[in-house]
Design a protein around this ligand. Structure first.
Ligand code: NAP
Length: 383
């Protein structure tokens, strides 16, 4: 399947002028930002029109500013874009934000206040009580919080939607069908996280080469908090946590891309290993989700081989959007244990943000932004 082959007949969101929805990327030069630039290159709904980053990069062309890490070349359409700063006056209809967390908080608010929908990768607003923390296959109903966020904060057409931390993304995707089928009580997870999860230049080679670092600042706290919101409910006025018992150990390992997680799970209902495998294997997205270009119909792949999943072999399952599960077996402490792998920069970051933006577009949340000098009013895209 190509990166953007639709899974069902699409009602394509287009602007009233028939053009694609214009996207900007804040933090476009970083590890996540350049993945977004890559994924936007031939996107059927979105067109990259703006890139922004720090003062180190602004004023240069994107090709000059970026330290490109992907195997494919910098997309031609991005090469000559001039990198801008974080002034919320970009020529686009919405922005992806992949900014260092030291600047993401206020920058995302500035853009939302100026009328831009902000689709964020950063931790800063994930746990805000009026900001959806979204995995479309898990909690699409949380988008219902957007009108209240706009009212609370005095935003007009702007708002903030976030995707989870990279290791939370794979974990919660795998927990979702188990929560639906059997209910969840307790989760114990140990991660082996790739170095690209630390951004660029990330962990020094001297620290990680031939080594394991049993600490990632703030990661265990994020992994213990974010699943509660993701697997919880929006009750019309607030997010209600899932109330899970959750303990995480996070480790940095010398792998370039792909987070592996060893998980033990306590279920509310008794289930056989066969039933657990079946619930994971048959997890299928609904028709709305299947119509999104970046979605995969079965986002969990279950392997039977006793030594899988492995980052080098299984990273690209579902174009990097699937979570790969193996070693489903009995757990002497809780009920069941398994190993899962997900691509931290795709399912855990850029692909996740793209899928979030696609769901927002499909639901009519992305409007055509017009310059303040323009006399027209902003108009919604039509499907
Ligand atoms: P990164 O490689 O360090 O990139 C950071 C980006 O932020 C660069 O574009 C950088 O621009 C820009 N930036 C830094 N300081 C800035 C400033 N003062 N003003 C404007 N722009 C500034 O980090 P990353 O891994 O792409 O992560 C980006 C965000 O996504 C972070 O919040 C991270 O926590 C989150 N995230 C990362 C992953 C992952 O697997 N890497 C997964 C999920 C979420 P310059 O190039 O000009 O310095």
């Amino acid at each position: 399947m190509s990166a953007h082959s639709p899974l069902s007949n699409l009602a394509v969101p287009v602007r009233s002028d028939g053009k694609k929805i214009r996207a900007g990327v804040l933090g476009a030069t970083g590890m996540v930002g350049q993945r977004l630039v890559h994924l936007l290159a031939d996107h059927p709904w979105f067109e990259l029109t703006e890139v922004a980053a720090s003062e180190r990069s602004s004023g240069k062309t994107y090709a000059e500013a970026v330290h490109w890490h992907l195997e494919t070349p910098v997309p031609a359409a991005a090469c000559d874009l001039v990198v801008k700063g974080l002034d919320p006056s970009l020529d686009c209809d919405f922005v992806f934000a992949a900014l260092d967390s030291s600047v993401a908080g206020p920058a995302e608010e500035d853009f939302a206040r100026a009328g831009y929908p902000v689709v964020s990768n950063s931790r800063n607003h994930r746990m805000d009580p009026d900001v959806p923390l979204l995995i479309p296959e898990v909690n699409a109903a949380h988008l219902d919080a957007i009108p209240l966020q706009q009212k609370n904060r005095g935003y007009d057409t702007g708002f903030i939607v976030t995707n989870p931390n990279c290791s939370t993304a794979g974990l919660v995707l795998v927990l979702k069908p188990l929560a639906d089928a059997f209910g969840l009580e307790k989760i114990f997870v140990v991660t082996l996280q790739a170095i690209s999860g630390a951004g660029y230049p990330g962990v020094a080679a001297m620290d990680i080469q031939g080594n394991v670092v049993p600490f990632i600042s703030g990661e265990e706290e994020k992994m213990e908090a974010e699943p509660q919101k993701l697997l919880g409910k929006w009750d019309g006025s607030r997010f209600v946590d899932a109330g899970l018992g959750l303990s995480a150990h996070c480790n940095r390992v010398p792998v370039v891309d792909g987070h592996l997680e060893c998980v033990s799970i306590g279920l509310k209902k008794i289930a056989s290993l066969g039933e657990v495998r079946e619930a994971l294997r048959t997890f299928e997205v609904d028709s709305e989700m299947a119509s999104l270009p970046t979605a995969v119909r079965n986002p969990i792949v279950v392997l039977e081989e006793e030594n899988r999943p492995q980052p080098r072999r299984d990273l690209h399952a579902g174009n990097g959007m699937a979570a790969v599960v193996g070693r489903v077996r009995e757990c002497p402490l809780l009920d069941v244990k398994l190993t899962l792998l997900s691509h931290n920069l795709v399912r855990g970051a850029a692909g996740a943000a793209l899928l979030n933006a696609e769901l927002l577009a499909a639901r009519g949340f992305l409007t055509r932004r017009v310059a303040p000098s323009d006399s027209q009013l902003a108009e919604p895209v039509s499907r």
